[in-house]
Design a protein around this ligand. Structure first.
Ligand SMILES: NC(=O)c1ccc[n+]([C@@H]2O[C@H](COP(=O)([O-])OP(=O)(O)OC[C@H]3O[C@@H](n4cnc5c(N)ncnc54)[C@H](OP(=O)(O)O)[C@@H]3O)[C@@H](O)[C@H]2O)c1
Length: 332
């Protein structure tokens, strides 16, 4: 496969992380970086071995890209995604599919009409530890799934767009879907019911996210359920990444470093360790390049990723209306 030319839109943390991941595949080069401010675009481009940068993403065609990496706040991401699909570009969207379900539906439909490859940013599906958990569930080696628990604490910067309800689309979509709803639903299957509670106790201003801390219960078609908590409030240094799965004949616990899992069965436990490199970002970049080449799909096509928008809206609706929501049957 000839090296693909990737144009990046956005010049923040994740533009750099995923830009480096593309370079690490050895199958891509960064042909330009576009951002809101020229200085940001220039600095990011030079770190990624590109000397082409713009302060208007509409100019990126001048850099002759094969595909686009999109790494911007979610609200502006909606507008740029529609522009990119109308122009016929394949896209790796580093975040969720869209800032809300309505935009997500529009984007999924347009991607299909235009025949564009779209991959959404849930890189945990390329993580060998999480792939192993999925394989253990599918093989029924530990019996059938009973339940899972997760907690994800992250002290978001109140001055950044993550804390803004409108720009981010809210905490359940921006943070909780990554940590770890998307990966757990990938493993446990079709979600049926959502019931959630939330509060907002630290950043209480009117533009701040509505669900600053949130607890959600999700039941799945196979009878298992997930109890998930996530928050932008958390004591520095407290670990929170030890997701647990309980099965009829055993269990699995992930470790904070995501490099190993502990498997419990027959009264004994065993640690399975996984290789740190290539990182899930590099694996996902490689899968995206292959999908562009073969006109196939990665692990996160729009038709699947839209479910995270739907679940996030069900969570917010459940909090607001203080009732359980049927994921597929109700419009919130
Ligand atoms: N997969 C993961 O583990 C993971 C982790 C964190 C975040 N994310 C996702 O990654 C994505 C990017 O987040 P981030 O943390 O990199 O954000 P960030 O550091 O705040 O960077 C955002 C960038 O977007 C640019 N931007 C804002 N408005 C723009 C516009 N109208 N046109 C073009 N560029 C614009 C900003 O421009 P200027 O610098 O020019 O002002 C900035 O460079 C989000 O979707 C987020 O949810 C994923």
């Amino acid at each position: 496969m000839a090296a693909k030319r990737i144009a990046i839109i956005g010049a923040g943390n994740m533009a750099r992380t995923r830009g480096r991941a593309f370079l690490e595949t050895g199958q891509a080069e960064i042909c330009s970086v576009s951002s809101r401010r020229m200085a940001s675009a220039k600095a990011c481009a030079s770190e990624l071995a590109s000397d082409v940068y713009f302060d208007d993403y509409r100019r990126l065609a001048e850099s002759n890209p094969d595909a686009i990496l999109l790494e911007v706040p979610h609200k502006v991401q909606d507008e740029i995604t529609l522009w990119a699909l109308e122009a016929g570009f394949d896209l790796l969207i580093g975040g969720c599919l869209a800032s809300n379900l309505g935009s997500g539906e529009q984007i999924a439909a347009l991607a299909k009409t235009k025949g564009c490859v779209v991959e959404v940013g849930y890189q945990r599906r390329y993580d060998p530890a999480w792939k192993k958990i999925k394989q253990l569930v599918e093989s029924k080696e530990l019996g059938i799934p009973v339940m899972s628990t997760s907690m994800a604490l992250w002290n978001a910067d109140p001055e950044k767009w993550y804390y803004d309800q409108e720009t981010s689309g809210g905490m359940p979509l921006t943070h909780m879907s990554y940590c770890y709803l998307n990966a757990i639903r990938w493993i446990l299957g079709k979600p049926i019911w959502v019931s959630a509670v939330a509060n907002k106790l630290v950043e209480t201003g009117p533009t701040r996210v509505l669900e600053e801390s949130c607890g959600a219960h999700i039941t799945f078609e196979n009878g298992s359920f997930l109890s998930a908590t996530a928050s932008y409030v958390g004591p520095e240094g407290m670990s929170s990444a030890e997701t647990r799965f309980v099965f009829t004949d055993g269990g699995i616990q992930t470790n904070d470093d995501n490099l190993s899992i502990k498997i419990f069965r027959g009264g004994e436990d065993e640690i399975r360790a996984f290789c740190k490199t290539p990182s899930p970002f590099v694996r996902q970049a490689r899968a995206f390049l292959e999908a562009v080449e073969s006109r196939g799909n990665g692990q996160n096509p729009p038709d699947d990723a839209i479910l995270d928008n739907r679940i996030a809206e069900c969570i917010s609706c459940s909090v607001r209306e203080q009732r359980a929501i049927l994921v597929y049957e109700e419009k919130c």
